[in-house]
Structure formats: structure tokens, C-alpha cells
Design a protein around this ligand. Structure first.
Ligand SMILES: *[C@@H]1O[C@H](CO)[C@@H](O)[C@H](O)[C@H]1NC(C)=O
Ligand SMILES: *[C@@H]1O[C@H](CO)[C@@H](O)[C@H](O)[C@H]1NC(C)=O
Ligand SMILES: *[C@@H]1O[C@H](CO)[C@@H](O)[C@H](O)[C@H]1NC(C)=O
Ligand SMILES: *[C@@H]1O[C@H](CO)[C@@H](O)[C@H](O)[C@H]1NC(C)=O
Ligand SMILES: *[C@@H]1O[C@H](CO)[C@@H](O)[C@H](O)[C@H]1NC(C)=O
Ligand SMILES: *[C@@H]1O[C@H](CO)[C@@H](O)[C@H](O)[C@H]1NC(C)=O
Ligand SMILES: *[C@@H]1O[C@H](CO)[C@@H](O)[C@H](O)[C@H]1NC(C)=O
Ligand SMILES: *[C@@H]1O[C@H](CO)[C@@H](O)[C@H](O)[C@H]1NC(C)=O
Length: 671
């Protein structure tokens, strides 16, 4: 490397090394500019980099957590790990001698402490769960109000809280001054910056808290100590951060620097470079000046003018964001997402945010304005009131379905003629983009095998794991989404059934997708868990071969994917169908298992197909795949059943409805 470049790299390296670092679980924040803390409540980062947990808003709370979870327990020994942390805070009261309610350093299983209350609860717990062992909460509180129900010793104390605001040990704020041999009290609400040190030793399980004015050394003697058995309290993954609240009295709760280290001493803060904490320097309102009599009429005129314009815009705005809400929807309140939020999230349903469309409508990506949650918004048109209630109640019930292999439905919104379903946004989009057209890099075999197991797990949960059986109806590669780590998530589950509520006669409703339709659907017209297994079988072949179930350019001979796999199996070289992009880098036994399982699942006779539970056992190797009677899967029989089935299907359906085919998806339009 030439000299100047070398030098440049050195500078780059040094500047990276001095910036906020968080390797080895060591965090150092000398000010919080550009820090990625997860904020909730009214917490904010000020323009000069202070973490302001609360302002003078009454009855409010603020949380700020480091977004990466930390494991406090050594997995091999089960013993708690040591840690050490230090931070600089200041509390600026609204009135000289009252402030509320204080702040706390928190170790919590969640980043936003759901259900927590402000005021004396410090944003940590609420009236019903204070003291509950399932809180898994450890906090060091700097409490500025004496709360009798929690046996607080005074209105200026430091306490160690384990699952409860009744501190296990507490003391008036201050430190032991060794030189003078006496205790020096510190006033938490003085507005002065102070430093706190919290140290925990895994061996003896001692938690120690110290504090002092800023710019003084760490006191030798701890202010309070408490035996805290972390192994007994905290689950695997915990978040560290701060919580604060205000009540009838309020204060500004600032943190200007923070350092945290697991298994080591927290790195020292760069005290002289911390952002400075403003004193309460709010300007006194000045007396009337000579300018006022001249300017006042002008201002009044301007005000009248702007309010007329404002009114005009307000009316327009109200129309623009109007929603339909009915009384029966009240109970679904939490699942309802406002149209304005969706509009803002998707930048006004901008084409740039469009990530998909189909017979049902369009899908947009976006970020919800308040929570900053990334979402995918599905916009479906519907025009009648009929069935809406059932539809919405099903949506709400589906949004209670939570599984890591299912795309989470977050909520819905209704408007004149439109319905919106809001899902978690999944980073890498649909699997078919990785399989076909070379749009995304091909997945390795182990990634494919993992996705197959993920989808099987999600589908098993839909079929057997929930309070009611949910038939997916439209399993296929394009309905499988991959997250950032290529974990597979099934999307659009249960939606097909939702369409059955036929919100209006013109609503197209999806029947399934060509090539994935189980033959019996044509006879019975009903989708079942077994027809899901059929489609899952086709999906397996799709993933292994990276071929669509019915290639559209295969002109006269519509030999589907299933048939071509069968053919090659009969010829004794089933592995010849495996995606050439894998360049023979795949586990032969696994690939053969998946191909044969694909054929078994897509058996023309529904009774011959395994259940998803059995599929799972085959995939995990806990059960041997039975020898497949290759002839019963026979190509001619299968082809026949396919052909007949589909013709039948078209014939019977056409008599009652019109059929629309939208890039392989079959929709029924009732007439
Ligand atoms: C913070 O980020 C902005 C833009 O991302 C950048 O311009 C600025 O220099 C960063 N500030 C610090 C202190 O790193
Ligand atoms: C406090 O902060 C919140 C959110 O940051 C803001 O909406 C509110 O106006 C502020 N209130 C006061 C009294 O400063
Ligand atoms: C602090 O500022 C508030 C206004 O935000 C003011 O009402 C109050 O008097 C100030 N308190 C002190 C101690 O200066
Ligand atoms: C208290 O918080 C818990 C979560 O920890 C929540 O489930 C519960 O509903 C809350 N209770 C009240 C009364 O807010
Ligand atoms: C503690 O919380 C759990 C879960 O939130 C709840 O099931 C249990 O009843 C609570 N225990 C007490 C004593 O309130
Ligand atoms: C509280 O902390 C003090 C100071 O470290 C200690 O002497 C005392 O034993 C502790 N009390 C309890 C109950 O842990
Ligand atoms: C700490 O808690 C763990 C888990 O409950 C328990 O096995 C262990 O004995 C406890 N240790 C002490 C010293 O109490
Ligand atoms: C702390 O000391 C540094 C220099 O040693 C000084 O610049 C800074 O103002 C001091 N801060 C406080 C709050 O006293």
C-alpha cells in the first residue's frame, strides 16, 4: 500500500476506534448524537446530543434502551456474568424544590416496558404487576418523590429494585467522603450533573451503587449494595437502558453520557466532552415594550387570515383522511391503524413504495410515523357493507396469530371502498425472487433446506398449533418471504378464507394458483389442510428445482414440474432435476428426501398425503420416509387427474361465476 493511503487508513481506523463502540458488549456514549437507542414515550435526543427522558409534560414517561439484547447469564455454567456501568445524569426541576418522579437505570426483557405507568411507577411497572416475579426487572432508581405505598425513605433517594418498586435496599442520595470521614448528601433535583457507578460481580452476586458530583473520583465505599441473584431473575436476553416518569410534578431528566461493559470495567466517560446540560434558563417574559402597540394589530390581522386559510385546509384534510368506523369496531380499537398513518407511512401510496400487486389489489411498503415500524400495507378494494363485520373480526383474530415463521398481521383500516391490511415488513421480499429470473443471488442448499423447514413449521402451526384450524389455501414460493437472515415466513395465511365472506358480489376471491391446486378441490370446491399439503409438495419441488410448477413457455406439452420430477425418478436419476445453480453443492440425501416428500405430498389422492406433523418428522429425520409406490404416483394417472380436475373445475365454476386468471392465480368472480 502506498504511504499516503496507508496514512489515510490509519486515520480512518483511529476515527472508527474512537467513535461510539459497542463491540464485546462494551458501550460508550459520550453524548448520544447518532446513537441508535430505542426511544419510547416522550424520550428524545436533543440537538446537542443529550438524552432527555422526560420534559415538563405531566404524567408522562420516557424510555431509552440499547437496541441489542445482552445475555447476563453464562450459558455453560448458568452463573451470572459480571458487569459494570456508569452514567452522568441531571434532573432540572420545573419549580425550585419539587420535581417528579425521577429516573432509573434498567435491565429489562423488553425495550419499551409495555403496560408500565408514569408517576410513582417510574415507567417501570404498573399498579397490577408491581412485585411480580414475571417482570424479570432489575433497576437502580434515583427517586425524587417519597411514595408511601412503596415504603420510600424520603424524596431524595437511591434504591435497588428487583421486580418491584419496593426497593431491596435504599439510601438518601450522596456518598461517603473518605477524606472528611462523613456522608455528603447530594440533591438529585439540584440541576447539577452527577455520576452514578453500578457494578455487579457474578461470583458473589453483589450489586453495588455509587454516586458523586461530576468531576470527582468514584467513591471507594458503595452507597448501597444488595445481593441479587441474576440467574433467578433475568431470562436469556435482556436490554439495558433508562426509564423515567413525571407525575403531577415534573422535571427534565437528562443523561449526558453512558458506558456499559459486560465482564469488565465500564470504560471511563470523557467527562469534559459530554454535551452540557442546560440550567433552567427559561427567559422571564419581558414587560410590554413600545413596539407592541404598533405590531399588535398587524399580528391580529395575520392571525385571522391564517385561521381562515387553516380552516379551509383542515376541512380538506379531514376529507382526505376520512375513514369508516362503526360502533362494533370499538372493541377492535388497538388493531385499527389510522388512514393518515398509513398515508404518511407509504408517502401517500406512492408508486415508489409499491412492492407488489395482484388480483386482490396492491402492496406498499412504508414506515409507520410514530413507532417507526416498517410495514407492508395491502390495499384491497371492497364496496359493500355485507360481511365486513365477519371479515374484520377474522382479521383481528388472525392478528393474534404470532409465530416466527408467519408474517405478522399488525392491524387494519377501512375507508370508503377500500380495506387496508397492515403487515410487518419482511426485509428480503418473496422467495420466488431468489429462485427464478436470477433477480437475487441463488440460495445455497442449506439455506433452501432451512426455508423449507421454516415454511413447514409455520404451516404446521396454522393447521394444528392454534385455537382454530387455519387453511392457508395459497402456499407457493411467492407467498414465502425471507427476512434479513433468510428465515422463511409464510404470508397471506387465512386470507383466502377471508375473501369468502364476499364483502361484495364483485369481489374477486382467490381460489388458488395454477399448478398448486389439489385435484379434489374441483370436486368438493373446498380447501382443506390436505390441499395445503398438496401445494406444499409442489412448493418443495419448486425450491429444489428452481422451476415454476407450470412453465408457461412449454407450448403444447403442459408437462408440469411434478411430472418431470417423476419422470427422472423413474429413469433412476431423480437428482438430475436439482437446480443447476447449486453446481452440485448440495446434500444428496437431503435433496432426495425433499424431492420424494414433494411427490408424496402432491399425491393426487388426498388420503395418501401425509399431515404437516408427519412432514415435519420426515424433514427432521425423526421418521423414515416410506417407500413410495412409484406407479400410484404414475404420471399418466396423475396427468389425467390433473387435466380432468382442472377442466371440471373450470366447467363447474364457469356456470356460477366468472373466472379470472391473473398471472397464474385463479380468481372467482361471483355473478
Ligand atoms: C451524525 O450523522 C450525520 C448524518 O448521518 C453526520 O452528518 C454527522 O457527522 C454525524 N455526527 C456524529 C457526531 O457522528
Ligand atoms: C415534551 O416532549 C414531547 C415529545 O417529545 C412533545 O410532544 C411535547 O410538546 C413536549 N412538552 C413540553 C411541555 O415541552
Ligand atoms: C424553570 O422553567 C419553567 C418554565 O419552563 C419555569 O416555570 C420555572 O419557574 C423555572 N424554574 C426555575 C427554578 O427557574
Ligand atoms: C400492567 O403491565 C402488564 C405487562 O407487564 C400488562 O399486561 C397489564 O395489562 C398492565 N396492567 C394495567 C392495569 O395496566
Ligand atoms: C404475575 O404475572 C403473571 C403474568 O403476567 C400472572 O399470570 C400472575 O398472575 C401474576 N402474579 C401475581 C401475584 O399477580
Ligand atoms: C444496604 O447497603 C448497605 C451499604 O452497602 C449495606 O451495608 C447494607 O447491608 C445493605 N442492606 C441490605 C438489606 O442489603
Ligand atoms: C440463584 O438462582 C439459581 C436459579 O434459581 C439457583 O439455582 C441458585 O442456587 C441461586 N444461587 C444463590 C446463591 O442463591
Ligand atoms: C469538569 O472539569 C472540566 C475540566 O477538568 C471542566 O471543563 C468542566 O467544566 C467541569 N465540569 C463541571 C460540571 O464542573
Amino acid at each position: 500500500m502506498p504511504e499516503p493511503l496507508n496514512f489515510l487508513f490509519l486515520i480512518l481506523f483511529l476515527s472508527l476506534a474512537t467513535a461510539t463502540s459497542n463491540n464485546n458488549n462494551g458501550l460508550v456514549f459520550n453524548g448520544f448524537t447518532n446513537s441508535s437507542l430505542a426511544l419510547s414515550g416522550i424520550a428524545q435526543i436533543t440537538s446537542n446530543g443529550l438524552l432527555l427522558l422526560t420534559n415538563y409534560t405531566k404524567e408522562a414517561l420516557g424510555h431509552a434502551f440499547h437496541p441489542t439484547p445482552i445475555n447476563f447469564i453464562d450459558p455453560s455454567s448458568g452463573q451470572p456474568k459480571s458487569f459494570s456501568t456508569t452514567f452522568v445524569f441531571a434532573i432540572v426541576p420545573q419549580y425550585p424544590d419539587v420535581s417528579g418522579h425521577g429516573l432509573a437505570f434498567v435491565i429489562s426483557p423488553s425495550k419499551d416496558l409495555p403496560g408500565s405507568m408514569p408517576s410513582q411507577h417510574l415507567g417501570l411497572v404498573n399498579t397490577s404487576d408491581n412485585g411480580n416475579r414475571s417482570n424479570h426487572l432489575i433497576a437502580v432508581e434515583l427517586d425524587t418523590v417519597q411514595t408511601v405505598e412503596f415504603f420510600d425513605i424520603d424524596h431524595n433517594h437511591v434504591g435497588i429494585d428487583v421486580n418491584s418498586l419496593i426497593s431491596s435496599n435504599s439510601s438518601t442520595a450522596g456518598y461517603y467522603n473518605k477524606n472528611r470521614g462523613q456522608f455528603e448528601t447530594l440533591t438529585l433535583i439540584s440541576g447539577d450533573a452527577m455520576q452514578v457507578w453500578i457494578d455487579y460481580t457474578g461470583d458473589d452476586m453483589m450489586l453495588e451503587v455509587r454516586m458523586a458530583q461530576i468531576n470527582t473520583t468514584r467513591p471507594e465505599i458503595p452507597l448501597i449494595t444488595s445481593l441479587v441473584n441474576f440467574s433467578d431473575i433475568v431470562p436469556d436476553e435482556m436490554f439495558v437502558g433508562f426509564s423515567s416518569s413525571t407525575g403531577a410534578a415534573s422535571g427534565l431528566h437528562y443523561i449526558s453520557g453512558w458506558s456499559f461493559s459486560l465482564q469488565g470495567t465500564a470504560q471511563a466517560l470523557d467527562i469534559s466532552n459530554l454535551p452540557s446540560i442546560p440550567r433552567n434558563n427559561t427567559q422571564r417574559i419581558k414587560g410590554p415594550s413600545m413596539v407592541l402597540p404598533v405590531v399588535l394589530p398587524l399580528i391580529v390581522g395575520l392571525l385571522v387570515f391564517t385561521s381562515v386559510i387553516g380552516y379551509f385546509f383542515l376541512v380538506r384534510r379531514i376529507k382526505k383522511f376520512a375513514e369508516i368506523k362503526e360502533d362494533w369496531e370499538l372493541e377492535y380499537g388497538p388493531h385499527r391503524i389510522s388512514y393518515k398513518d398509513l398515508f404518511d407511512a407509504t408517502k401517500g401510496f406512492n408508486d415508489k413504495n409499491l412492492i407488489g400487486s395482484g388480483g386482490f389489489g396492491q402492496v406498499y411498503k412504508g414506515t409507520l410515523p410514530q413507532s417507526r415500524v416498517k410495514v407492508a400495507v395491502k390495499r384491497i378494494s371492497h364496496h359493500s357493507k355485507q360481511g365486513v363485520r365477519e371479515f374484520v373480526s377474522e382479521i383481528v383474530s388472525l392478528s393474534r396469530l404470532r409465530h416466527r415463521n408467519l408474517v405478522q398481521l399488525l392491524g387494519y383500516c377501512r375507508r370508503q371502498g377500500e380495506l387496508f391490511l397492515v403487515y410487518d415488513f419482511v426485509e428480503n421480499g418473496s422467495l420466488d425472487r431468489f429462485l427464478f429470473d436470477g433477480e437475487k443471488p441463488a440460495l445455497s442448499w442449506s439455506e433452501r433446506f432451512k426455508v423449507i423447514k421454516d415454511v413447514a413449521t409455520g404451516l404446521l402451526y396454522l393447521h394444528e398449533g392454534w385455537e382454530q384450524v387455519v387453511v392457508h389455501r395459497d402456499i407457493k414460493a411467492s407467498n414465502v418471504l425471507l427476512d434479513a437472515n433468510h428465515n422463511g415466513k409464510l404470508s397471506d395465511f387465512g386470507l383466502a378464507r377471508l375473501y369468502d365472506h364476499g364483502t361484495n358480489p364483485q369481489t374477486t376471491h382467490i381460489v388458488g394458483t395454477l399448478g398448486y391446486l389439489a385435484p379434489e378441490i374441483s370436486r368438493t370446491g373446498k380447501a382443506t389442510t390436505s390441499s395445503d399439503v398438496f401445494a406444499f409438495g409442489v412448493f418443495l419441488l419448486e425450491v429444489v428445482c428452481a422451476k415454476r410448477p407450470m412453465e408457461r413457455n412449454a407450448q403444447e406439452d403442459v408437462l408440469g414440474l411434478v411430472e418431470s420430477v417423476l419422470e427422472s425418478w423413474k429413469k433412476g436419476n431423480v437428482l438430475s432435476v436439482v437446480d443447476p445453480n447449486l453446481e452440485c453443492l448440495f446434500d444428496k440425501a437431503e435433496a432426495e428426501l425433499v424431492l420424494k416428500l414433494g411427490l408424496l405430498c402432491s399425491h393426487p389422492e388426498s388420503v395418501a398425503r401425509p399431515s404437516m406433523r408427519q412432514v415435519m418428522q420426515f424433514l427432521e429425520g425423526s421418521m423414515q420416509l416410506p417407500e413410495l409406490p412409484i406407479d400410484s404416483l404414475g404420471s399418466s394417472a396423475r396427468l389425467k387427474s390433473y387435466g380432468i380436475a382442472f377442466d371440471d373445475f373450470l366447467a363447474t365454476s364457469l356456470s356460477t361465476s366468472t373466472i379470472e386468471i391473473f398471472s397464474d392465480e385463479i380468481y372467482l368472480k361471483h355473478s
